[in-house]
Design a protein around this ligand. Structure first.
Ligand code: FAD
Length: 384
């Protein structure tokens, strides 16, 4: 790199990306008194109009970070999840304990916590060059920083990952989703299962409901939170849906379309001074709502390992990888399996699925419950 002036942050851990994993890691490290700086390419943390559900393994991390109560206050906490068939008949009903919220609210609460510990954050800093060994970072605005270690929390299109694996690109999963926020109150999580599509609706606060409709399609929509579509297009994509929710939609709200992309599984989660977290490490299809929860778990674990090793990054990286790999593999496989189950088009097979969900809930929920009950502190304890 040919720079005239390099900002010396060489005793700081640099976090690239102020998304879920980046902000959570910042909170954990700052609370322990470590020197941290977050670089985010956007102007602010806004992520309009999208909902997110956080299951108990994720809310456990929010509790450990100390923001659970605040987030719960600004969000929803539905206690029941209902599944319907394509004719609006209830297939199953079970008890849940998840937080459902808007992404913007989640980011805001994380950022407030980070800032309350005097965390440094630089917006409009898009990383465009990185020297893995000596940890020099260059940004689009021409600023250059020397840092101690890089936590790559820069999402599915991670620049840091590209640096480590130049030929590894996002792959279209075969699914696209439509999403919108409805100005309507709701109490429960409702999932409508239809052939080649499914629809999920849940409250994100007292007055609004997030609606996501996933379709199995060869049309490759762009991977973006901001690509707008129209109600007509949505209805064409969901022509097979008989869900009340879709039939009653009007065009008073904004509709967004999103292509779901993944990446090949990694053999390693780090290289030299760069460690990958969240979607930068393991983007998965969103059908059991775990991408954000995994990002929280990654952040908590890597943060705790940095703290316990007193910044011996090579030890922290090794243990991080050892603990995360089996968990990521398991959740990736379960998410993909759920994608198949949610989009069954064969009538007989879908009736069998519905029968199992209705009468053998312990089978349908067994694996998901295990995911939710994950004890991350116990995993850390086991490697000691
Ligand atoms: C439709 C859909 C529904 C989902 N629903 C759920 C759900 O209900 N529950 C759940 O747990 N998960 C869900 N997920 C998954 C979840 O959204 C992601 O897994 C999660 O956001 C990943 O967090 P992250 O911190 O890795 O990345 P992100 O939250 O994507 O953050 C990455 C950040 O890095 C920044 N950045 C990128 N490149 C650079 C750069 N070069 N320099 C500086 N900054 C950069 C970005 O601007 C962004 O702020 C869903 C995903 C989709 C697509």
């Amino acid at each position: 790199m040919h720079n005239i002036f390099v900002n010396d942050f060489s005793n700081h851990i640099a976090i690239i990306g102020a998304g879920i994993s980046g902000l959570a890691l910042g909170c954990i490290l700052k609370a322990a008194g470590f020197r941290v700086v977050i670089f985010e390419k956007a102007k602010d943390i806004s992520e309009e109009g999208a909902g997110i559900s956080i299951s108990p393994n994720g809310t456990n991390i929010l509790k450990l970070i100390g923001i659970y109560d605040e987030l719960k206050y600004r969000s929803s906490n539905p206690l029941k999840a209902l599944h319907y068939d394509n004719h609006n008949n209830i297939i199953s009903s079970f008890t849940v304990d998840v937080l459902t919220t808007s992404r913007q609210t989640l980011y805001k609460v994380l950022l407030e916590q980070y800032l309350s510990n005097n965390g440094d954050i630089y917006f409009e800093h898009e990383l465009i060059e990185i020297d893995e060994s000596c940890c020099e970072l260059k940004f689009l605005n021409n600023d250059t920083y020397k840092v101690l270690h890089v936590a790559a929390c820069d999402g599915i299109n991670s620049f840091c990952r590209k640096k480590i694996l130049p030929n590894d690109n996002p792959i279209y999963s075969g699914y696209s989703v439509w999403r919108t926020i409805l100005n309507m109150r709701s109490e429960e999580i409702k999932t409508f299962l239809g052939p080649k599509h499914h629809i999920v609706a849940y409250p994100i606060n007292e007055a609004q409901t997030s609606l996501v409709a996933a379709i199995k399609t060869d049309k490759k929509y762009k991977e973006s939170w901001r690509t707008k579509g129209t109600l007509d297009e949505l209805k064409k994509d969901l022509v097979i849906s008989k869900s009340d929710l879709i039939l009653k939609l009007d065009d008073s709200t904004d509709f967004y379309k999103w292509g779901v992309y993944t990446r090949p599984s990694l053999k390693t989660l780090y290289s030299k001074n760069i460690t990958l977290l969240g979607d930068a490490a393991h983007p998965i299809v969103p059908f059991i709502g775990q991408g954000g929860c995994l990002a929280l778990e990654d952040a908590y674990l890597f943060g705790k390992l940095i703290i316990s090793s007193d910044m011996e990054f090579s030890i922290a990286q090794k243990n991080y990888q050892k603990i995360r790999m089996p968990r990521i593999k398991k959740i990736k496989a379960l998410s993909e399996r759920q994608g198949h189950l949610n989009h069954i088009s064969n009538k007989l097979i879908s009736l069998t699925r519905n029968f199992i969900m209705r009468h053998m809930q312990f089978i349908a929920m067994r694996d998901i419950k295990k995911v939710w009950e994950y004890d991350i502190d116990n995993e850390i304890y086991k490697i000691k």
